[in-house]
Ligand binder design. Structure first.
Ligand SMILES: Cc1cc2nc3c(=O)[nH]c(=O)nc-3n(C[C@H](O)[C@H](O)[C@H](O)COP(=O)(O)OP(=O)(O)OC[C@H]3O[C@@H](n4cnc5c(N)ncnc54)[C@H](O)[C@@H]3O)c2cc1C
Length: 427
């Protein structure tokens, strides 16, 4: 097994690293100061986007990028280490047109959009001219189970009419957010996994109201995690994305690579937390010793290194599985990384905050934001428990398929052997 990054990935990774150092990092303080003053979006993002695109550092995430679209067409495995670099600063991905939820939405449109839908929505997304959101979760139902979603998408003549309430929808407060991909019930009588469809809804459609931007642990994200209401929102019938009744399956397809991206960005953020922790531990003294000389702090640093490296390998393996065998075959591996990395982020960042003392809780370091995001990761794209359930189901399926085959590893007293085990051993 070769653990090195491919030459193409490494070359682009170095370019992105230099770009981040030269053009993005110097504006970090300005980004935070302007957003704190209520400015959003920032003009500097457009300038940086122009530069990144000019340098060919654009749409790096989509393996099956169409030939006529700007971008690199990297595999998931090749893109993963680049996502890690971009993730180090939470606003950086947009500069390279690689930010969620646009990436997942472009992926979905690339798979399922008609030529007209591509022209209207996908091409401007590829060019970074517009942004988009994905509207699935609802306040009135447990949205961890997408079959619960109850927003209605009703056919009325040449239109679809949408009614429902969504929340935690990322992206709508960005003024360039022009498209909502909405999941809803189009056939209430179908079996639960065939009830839902997706429709493409312009954000300025009459009846679509942005109710509020919901703070996450008191953090107000400028791009928004929003509550949206759809009241008799009418869109032409050709706004349906993909086949009617395929909404659930399409939502699943959207999430495989998207979770790789989220996880790698998180790993980048864990690296930042570790770097800050070790630097602070090396310069802060209490009771005559540097914090780095305290065994518990040294352990936190070492454990963080071990855990980050373990998680990275696991994510790269999941990316490789998607590339080699498709999102369906990688499903359990993707669920596993989703749990491992979300937990990793709060654990590593929590240690770093502890080393920083009270300062770790303030906006003077990125740590409290990174912890908040790690906590949110344990829900977004599915809560931990759902992903653990998928891993457990896979393990238990193996047990079922192998029932009795493990018997030779045990020395059961004869009285405890089942008839099936005895028969197997007699064979
Ligand atoms: C920052 C952020 C951004 C988000 N962005 C978006 C977005 O852009 N678009 C969008 O549609 N949604 C978005 N979400 C919503 C997110 O996808 C949902 O919160 C998530 O799917 C869980 O749904 P829920 O909150 O309704 O929890 P529920 O479904 O009510 O689940 C509550 C709890 O029940 C437990 N649980 C659920 N299922 C199981 C199970 N099978 N086994 C054991 N326990 C279980 C878990 O502990 C879970 O936390 C975002 C959320 C956050 C926090």
């Amino acid at each position: 097994m070769d653990f090195s990054y491919s030459p193409r990935s490494e070359e682009l990774r170095m370019q992105v690293r230099d770009f981040m150092d030269q053009y993005v990092l110097p504006y970090n303080a300005q980004w935070h100061a302007e957003v704190a003053r209520g400015t959003y979006p920032l003009e500097l993002i457009n300038n940086l986007k122009d530069l990144a695109r000019w340098d060919g550092l654009w749409n790096l995430f989509l393996p099956n990028l169409p030939d006529d679209a700007p971008g690199t067409g990297l595999s998931n495995l090749d893109y993963a280490p680049i996502a890690e670099l971009m993730g180090r600063m939470h606003w950086a991905s947009e500069v390279f047109n690689c930010s969620a939820p646009d990436t997942g939405n472009m992926e979905l449109l690339n798979l399922f959009a008609t030529p007209d839908q591509r022209e209207q929505w996908l091409d401007p997304l590829f060019r970074g001219e517009i942004r988009s959101c994905f509207a699935m979760s609802e306040p009135d139902v447990a949205s961890a189970d997408a079959t619960n979603i109850q927003t209605s998408i009703r056919r009325d003549g040449d239109d679809y009419v949408i009614n429902g309430r969504k929340w935690f929808i990322t992206g709508p407060t960005h003024p360039n957010c022009r498209l909502a991909i909405v999941l809803g019930v189009s056939d209430a009588d179908a079996e639960p996994h065939r009830r839902h469809s997706m429709v493409l809804v312009p954000m300025d459609a009459p009846g679509l109201e942005l109710v509020r931007n919901i703070p996450i642990m008191h953090y107000h994200s400028p791009e928004g995690h929003c509550e949206l209401v759809f009241r008799n929102v009418r869109v032409p019938a050709d706004s349906l994305l993909g086949e009617p009744g395929h909404g659930f399956a399409m939502a699943q397809a959207r999430l495989g690579p998207g979770r790789i991206h989220h996880c790698m960005r998180s790993i980048g953020q864990c690296e930042v937390a570790l770097e800050l922790m070790r630097e602070r531990a090396g310069e802060r003294r209490t009771f005559g010793k540097y914090l780095s000389e305290r065994a518990n702090v040294a352990d936190w640093i070492a454990e963080s290194r071990l855990e980050i490296d373990q998680a990275r390998l696991l994510v790269l393996h999941a990316a490789w599985l998607i590339d080699q065998h498709g999102a369906k075959a990688a499903r359990t591996a993707v669920s596993a990384i989703k749990v491992v990395v979300a937990r990793l982020q709060t654990r590593v960042v929590d240690r770093a905050m502890q080393v920083f003392g009270a300062m770790g809780l303030t906006p003077d370091t990125p740590l409290s934001y990174l912890w908040t995001w790690g906590r949110a990761m344990r829900f977004l794209d599915g809560p931990d428990e759902v992903h653990l359930g998928i891993v457990a189901r896979d393990e238990l399926r193996k047990a079922r398929d192998m029932r009795g085959a493990t018997a030779p590893w045990f020395t059961f007293p004869d009285t405890l052997r089942t008839a099936e085990q005895s028969a197997r051993e007699d064979d």
